[in-house]
Design a protein around this ligand. Sequence first.
Ligand code: 9MR
Ligand code: ZN
Length: 560
Amino acid sequence: MAIMVNQVGYEAYADSKKAVVSQPGIYVLKNTEGEVIWQGQAGEGVQDPLCGETLYPLDFGSAQETGMYYLESAAGERSDSFEIGWDVLAEVHNAMVKALYYQRCGCALEEEYAGPYTHGACHMADCQVYGEEGHSFEARGGWHDAGDYGRYITPGAVTVGHLLYAYKLYPQSFRELLNIPESGNQVPDVLNECRYELEWMLKMQRKDGGVYHKLTAWSHAPFVMPEEDLDTFYAYPVSSMAVADFCACMALAARAYDSVDKVFAWRMEAAAKLSWQWLEKNPDPVLFVNPQGSNTGEYGDSTDADERLWAAAEMMLLAARRGEDRQKYVAEIRRILATGLNVTDFGWTDVAGFAALAVLTDFRQNAGEEIQEIFCRQVLKEAQRLADLGTQNVFGMAMEPTDFCWGSSMVVTNRGILLALACEILQARINGMSQDQAQEAAARIARYQEVIQAQTDYLLGKNITGYSFVTGYGDHAYRHPHLRTTAADGIEKPMAGWVSGGPNGKPGDELAIREIPEGTPPMKCYLDREECYSLNEMTIYWNSSAVFVTAFLRSMASAG
Ligand code: 9MR
Ligand code: ZN
């Protein structure tokens, strides 16, 4: 028996509020006093391909009074509690941004901002350039990538990318102060927090514009606090993915910080231009593989075309803003698009979706109509595919069984980003449409929003595991992330706001392989165990992707 709900809550105004239940029949919605507020029948059973069970959808959308509630079956089984309210995602959204603060490296975390999760300044020593004996430099700062203490350029750029595009599109979702050291300086805290990473990224650039792929130890540290990890950190060789992601991210940030801090924006612009020159001089991919025997994250890739596309798109926008010639960037975008590259993903392997975000949210249409159309067609086509996927499982999610991979939570939320982008495109065009077309577009927007909501409901507990995949949010939030600080700090509760990687149909760590029988349906391949890094780690970029989605939903809530 199970009643699966979004354990954080549902927007009061929403006409549809969805749960999934394992038994057919009548359900009631009760408030904290136990009064019945709503009563209704579960829908028809669905043999669900994601979790392998027959389950029933339950929609209690007509319940719109704000308060705390739970659902109850005729047999008396209760769901976790949840809120019906206004802007119900505000807190979890802010916590997911704030969580990045806890990953700050090269400084101490003070009680004033970190509560009990303080630690001393970590990873303060200069790093060695791998393979260049005697060459070391100062590269303090940035965020620890994940449960490990490594810092890597490509995932860092992706994290900042998610956040800056989200901020650009939904600034009203980033108004609250997060109690970080810079809070109250008149700069939105999301920009304050991103700057911590950007300053570090700048240090990772060589004088020739090349950017070191990553800064890690040779092997992952044991489960110790970060200031106890005194291992040598190496700057690993330059990769063209790192250079291009760096270039894109700096160009994007140069625009984003222009009105906030001109000097900082100028530094980033100069850095972006330098890396662009490197890319021009090095047209062939310079891929990255870990040296034999080193076990820290690889973030390998088989192509750098998507990274170069993102760089070209952002350099084009920067040039346009400065009134400089943008033709060479446009030409590069055209060249890469002509290879038939997909432009719908927003992860560290495939960043081409960021180029789509850049180009399609540029209302001056600097890329020109033809390029604009190529991006647009792909994004809308993918959005429709995802919406159709959402009719094929009881959770209403845009997921197929094979999508539950390492870090499946980001597949879930990146699809939310794609759908949000499709909504933007349709919304921007609606005024020029005939009435029929406009009606159809409005229906599609509504449908995409529904799927984005389903992705979010899943993350916050409406899934077969019954866990909310965000620490601290929900009656049954997961509690044991694979995270060195949490493992070592002796505090029982992890800090709030970390998104778990989530179910992984191909478990990749020893414990998960041992405990999860082969053939287990993918959504069930999850354990809330610290050891399970292939199921239950957290990363900066899984958080930032989720932040984009909650920023979108919050903006809907304030518009609705
Ligand atoms: O997020 C990465 C995931 O997509 C890969 O499948 C996995 C194995 O290569 O690596 C993940 O990234 C890890 C990185 O290499 C090191 N820091 C922790 C990351 C999350 O597990
Ligand atoms: Zn550190």
